[in-house]
Ligand binder design. Structure first.
Ligand code: A2P
Length: 340
């Protein structure tokens, strides 16, 4: 199997390389692509330098392409890569809402990946981090309403977002004023309730992505869900406070037990010992932390919880690699790629 990464030099690309180093995915060749700016540079993989190539205009000679170079690159080039015989696992939002493109969180709806037509979409990071908890709760108790507030790190804006947070924080600590480019306002010592562009309904596109994508992954187009997405001045890992009104009343201990048995999650919920999900502990981990599980004060029989997950890992690179692993385990990788 011949594997390629497009966007290898970016924040997610970097994590893709480190996840692949530890992955059970079997491949014989790994090719790295980025913009022409990075052509000729090298990145280390399993102790060997690999040369980064400029992304070509047309097809890429690969069976599977992990694409993480942004929506416009994917929109323009992914159809050409598919024509060339590749399966594209796309990290951008370009195709996520197309009916014939599966949107996959392998722990929740892996089998839907088997029905692809050359492109599989990797969900938005904020969606992935909550859907691991929401899917089993929905299956067991039925979610009537979900209200989510997010605390999203600078890494959501890529390597440039992380650099801007570090640089501008240094600027403020040195007595200066923070500037901004990657974000709508300076992020150090601030919160920005504005991620992606505002929509006609007053919500941002980031907020609506979580609504649309959670419905698609869970397979319930009528799921009532509302989101407020906030950028916070931390480097990596997104957190989310979640309030759920349920069809069937839930006991917090039973929910804890359910989530302990659910793949991709780590229950961290011992307030007496100051143990709960935090970006600091979730960062670098494959599992999403879930805790602060308690009965809702506003919805009878409802549940409140808090999740923290590494935006660059489960929220992006890890999930993309897990999709490829899932297809390979099912024997569907080569066959699917050559069929397209
Ligand atoms: P480069 O580093 O050469 O600019 P991030 O999300 O961290 O900003 O990373 C974006 C990734 O997408 C980088 O690897 C970047 O490469 C790559 N990229 C940006 N524009 C293009 C393009 N037009 N074609 C291919 N790759 C691109």
């Amino acid at each position: 199997m011949n594997l390629a990464i497009v966007g290898a030099t970016g924040a997610v690309g970097h994590e893709l390389l480190s996840v692949l180093e530890r992955s059970s995915l079997k491949f014989s060749v790994l090719q790295l692509y980025a913009s022409p700016r990075s052509a000729g540079s090298t990145l280390m993989f399993r102790g060997q330098p690999l040369t980064v190539q400029a992304t070509p205009e047309g097809a890429i000679p690969a069976d599977v392409i992990l694409a993480s170079a942004g929506g416009s690159v994917s929109r323009e080039k992914a159809p050409l890569w598919v024509k060339g015989g590749a399966l594209v696992i796309d990290n951008s939002s370009a195709f996520r809402y197309d009916d014939d493109v599966p949107l996959i969180c392998p722990e929740v709806n892996g089998e839907a990946a088997l029905k692809h037509h050359g492109i599989i979409a990797n969900p938005n990071c904020t969606t992935l981090i909550e859907v691991l908890a929401l899917a089993p709760i929905h299956r067991t108790y039925g979610i009537r309403r979900a209200i989510i507030s997010t605390y999203q790190s600078a890494s959501g804006a890529g390597a440039k977002g992380m650099e801007e947070l570090l640089e501008q924080t240094r600027q403020v600590l040195g007595g200066g004023e923070a500037g901004h480019q990657a974000f709508a306002h300076p992020l150090p010592f601030n919160l920005i309730p504005h991620i992606d562009v505002f929509q006609d309904n007053g919500y941002t596109k980031e907020e609506m992505k979580v609504v649309w994508e959670t419905r698609k992954i869970i397979g319930d187009p009528a799921l009532n869900i509302s989101v407020t997405a906030v950028r916070v001045p931390i480097l990596r890992s997104h957190s989310e406070a979640i309030t759920l009104e349920l069809e069937r009343p839930a006991d917090p201990e039973a929910v804890r037990e359910l989530l302990r048995r659910s793949p991709g999650l780590k229950v961290v919920d011992d307030p007496a010992s100051n143990l709960y999900p935090m970006p600091l502990t979730a960062s670098g981990q494959y599992d999403v932390e879930v805790g602060r599980i308690r009965s809702s004060l506003v919805f009878d029989g409802g549940i409140e919880l808090f999740v923290s997950g590494d935006q660059l890992l489960k929220g992006a690179a890890l999930n993309a690699v897990q999709i490829a692993e899932y297809l390979q385990e099912k024997g569907a990788l080569r066959a699917a790629a050559t069929a397209s």
